[in-house]
Write a protein that binds this ligand. Structure first.
Ligand code: SF4
Length: 304
C-alpha cells in the first residue's frame, strides 16, 4: 500500500504511464518579466526540467510563492499556484500538504521573504520534516522593492537602505537549515541549470523536507555577487574526497567554508514524516474525507 507521505511521482514512478510532457507544457500564456539575466529564469527552467524528468503533470503540483521578484513566477509556470503573504510560503505549503499529501508541494521565495519575516517558519518547517520542497532564491538583496539589504547581504555591502554599508554579518541559510533539523539540505547556482535541475529533482524525490539555497545574482541591483564572482568561487561537493551526505558534522563544517563556495547536496537522511505521525489525517488526504455524514451533535451538546 502506498504510504500517505509519498510525493506523487515517488516510488510508483516505474508503474506510471509516461506522459511525455515537454518544457513548453509547463508554460503559461504569459512571458516572464524578470530583468534579462536574472537568476529567476534559471530557477524557472530548472523546475520545468525537473517536472518533465519526474514525469509530473501540472495538476499534480502545487507551487506556493512568496513576495518578491521570484514570487512573480506564479504567473509563468503552469501548475496549481498560490501567491502567499510576505514570508508565509511555508505555513501555506504545510497546510496544503497536510490537506492533500498526494500533491507534490514546492515553496519558492527570496532570501528577503524567507529569512527575514519568514525566518521562523523556515526553522520550524525544518524540524517538523514535512514532505515538501523549499527553494530559496538567494540573491542577497530585496530585489522587488529596489535593493534594500536582506539577511544574506554581505557585511559592508552598500545598499539603498544602508548607504554606508551593511553592519550585520550575513545569515548562512544552509547552516541554518542544517542546525534546524532539515533532512535534505543543498545549494545550487543559477549559472548552472543542469546541476540545479538535478538537485531540484532529488529534492522533490526526497521523502521529507528538502531545502535548496539557490545562489543567483541580482544583475540590476548588486554589482558584487555577479556570475563571474560565483564562477570563480564555486566548487562541487561531489569533488570532496570521502564526503558522506549522512555526516552532519561534515555538512556543517563544509557549509561554513569562507574562501570557496560549495554547491551540491550537503546532507540527506531519512527520518519520520510529520504527516505520517499525525493521527488526525489517518494516512488519507483530508480532501478525500467525506464530511456529509459527520454528526457533530454530540460535540455541540457537550459544550451547550
Ligand atoms: Fe531579478 Fe534583481 Fe531584476 Fe528582481 S531586480 S528581476 S531579482 S535582476
Amino acid at each position: 500500500m502506498k504510504k500517505s507521505g509519498e510525493k506523487t511521482m515517488a516510488k510508483g514512478k516505474s508503474k506510471r504511464k509516461r506522459y511525455n510532457l515537454d518544457l513548453p507544457d509547463f508554460n503559461t500564456e504569459r512571458k516572464p518579466t524578470w530583468c534579462p539575466g536574472c537568476g529567476d529564469y534559471s530557477v524557472w527552467n530548472s523546475l520545468k526540467k525537473s517536472f518533465v524528468s519526474l514525469n509530473l503533470r501540472p495538476h499534480e503540483i502545487l507551487m506556493v510563492y512568496g513576495i518578491g521578484c521570484s514570487g512573480n513566477g506564479a504567473n509563468f509556470i503552469k501548475t496549481y499556484a498560490f501567491h502567499a503573504l510576505h514570508g508565509r510560503t511555508l505555513p501555506v505549503a504545510t497546510g496544503a500538504k497536510l490537506a492533500n499529501h498526494k500533491l507534490t508541494v514546492i515553496a519558492v521565495g527570496g532570501d528577503g521573504d524567507g529569512l527575514s519575516i519568514g525566518g521562523n517558519h523556515l526553522i520550524h518547517t525544518c524540524r517538523r520534516n514535512i514532505n515538501l520542497t523549499y527553494l530559496l532564491c538567494d540573491n542577497k538583496i530585496f530585489g522587488l522593492t529596489n535593493g534594500q539589504a536582506a539577511p544574506t547581504s554581505d557585511r559592508g555591502l552598500r545598499t539603498r537602505s544602508e548607504p554606508s554599508g551593511v553592519l550585520e554579518i550575513p545569515l548562512n541559510p544552509v547552516l541554518l537549515a542544517l542546525a534546524s533539523g532539515a533532512t535534505f539540505v543543498a545549494r545550487g547556482f543559477s549559472g548552472d541549470v543542469k546541476h540545479l535541475s538535478e538537485i531540484i529533482k532529488k529534492a522533490i524525490k526526497h521523502r521529507g523536507f528538502s531545502f535548496i539555497d539557490i545562489l543567483q545574482p541580482c544583475i540590476t541591483l548588486d554589482r558584487s555577487n555577479t556570475y563571474k564572482f560565483y564562477r570563480e568561487k564555486i566548487y562541487r561537493i561531489d569533488e570532496l574526497k570521502n564526503y558522506d551526505r549522512k555526516d552532519l558534522d561534515r555538512a556543517i563544517k563544509t557549509s561554513m567554508g569562507e574562501d570557496k563556495i560549495p554547491i551540491g547536496i550537503f546532507y540527506q537522511v531519512e527520518k519520520p514524516l510529520y504527516e505520517d505521525e499525525l493521527k488526525q489525517i489517518e494516512r488519507k488526504p483530508l480532501v478525500d474525507h467525506t464530511i456529509t455524514d459527520i454528526d457533530i451533535n454530540r460535540l455541540l451538546n457537550r459544550y451547550y
